[in-house]
Design a protein around this ligand. Structure first.
Ligand code: SF4
Length: 230
């Protein structure tokens, strides 16, 4: 499907949190604060981590290939996706036609999320697919999806199903309906997002000691920084 949207007519919308920063804020509020206020102090990802990211991206691309004709919002907008991605997504919904979007953007409470695959139906209802190159629904996947579900459900009530797409162990796909599980996570996110927005506004870094959270669920990018400060 092609789209007929004048990109210059789209209103920019601004955000303070993204799915990535929120996940890191769930790991440690100091992590979130440092990402915002000390971005240059991060330790770059190592080669193994970058290789895992690439494997995840290629698994995701193969799942997207099962939706021929999908509109890749990231490719259509380039770096403008951060400013007008949510307006663009709204405009697609307003066309009242069936469409598949890759990286559809949704913004709620200054939090921007991008959905791997968004299948929009002509009546305005839609399904979402989050693709993870793992064989089990891990806790960290649940956090990721819970953030998306919170933002998207509060943006558009017409969300029907939120699916998790996993690797079947042989590079095929296993699709699980996570909608009920994610609905139960909404109260947690309702409390968390306003608190993390406040954390970003603190005049000084919150005092948090290093501990188990520095490595769970992933190694924090500020381990060297916080070790130096001890
Ligand atoms: S290294 Fe540990 S204490 Fe420091 S920001 Fe990261 S998770 Fe928080």
């Amino acid at each position: 499907m092609s789209f007929n949207i004048n990109l210059r007519s789209l209103m920019p919308e601004f955000f303070k949190l993204s799915k990535t920063t929120l996940i890191k804020g769930m790991q440690c509020e100091l992590y979130l604060y440092l990402l915002k206020h000390r971005p240059k102090e991060k330790t770059p990802h190592d080669a193994l981590t970058l290789q895992k990211f690439d494997q995840g991206k290629s698994f995701e691309a193969r799942f997207k290939d099962t939706f021929p004709g999908g509109i890749a919002v990231d490719q259509a907008l380039g770096k403008d996706i951060y400013a007008i991605g949510s307006s663009f997504t709204k405009a697609i919904f307003e066309q009242g036609q069936a469409a598949t979007l890759f990286e559809a953007c949704f913004l709620y409470r200054q939090t921007l999320v991008m959905a791997d695959v968004c299948q929009v139906y002509a009546d305005g209802s839609f399904d979402l697919y989050e693709v993870k190159n793992g064989t089990e629904a891990r806790e960290v996947f649940l956090r990721d999806m819970a953030i998306q579900y919170y933002v998207i459900k509060n943006t558009r009530q017409e969300l029907r199903h939120f699916y998790l797409v996993l690797n079947d162990g042989e590079d095929g796909f296993v699709v699980k309906d996570m909608t009920e599980t994610l609905e139960a996570e909404l109260p947690r996110l309702e409390a968390l997002v306003p608190r993390l927005l406040q954390t970003l506004l603190l005049p000084e870094a919150p005092e948090i000691l290093m501990g188990a959270q520095c490595h769970k669920p992933y190694d924090c990018e500020y381990i060297a920084y916080c070790t130096k400060k001890k």
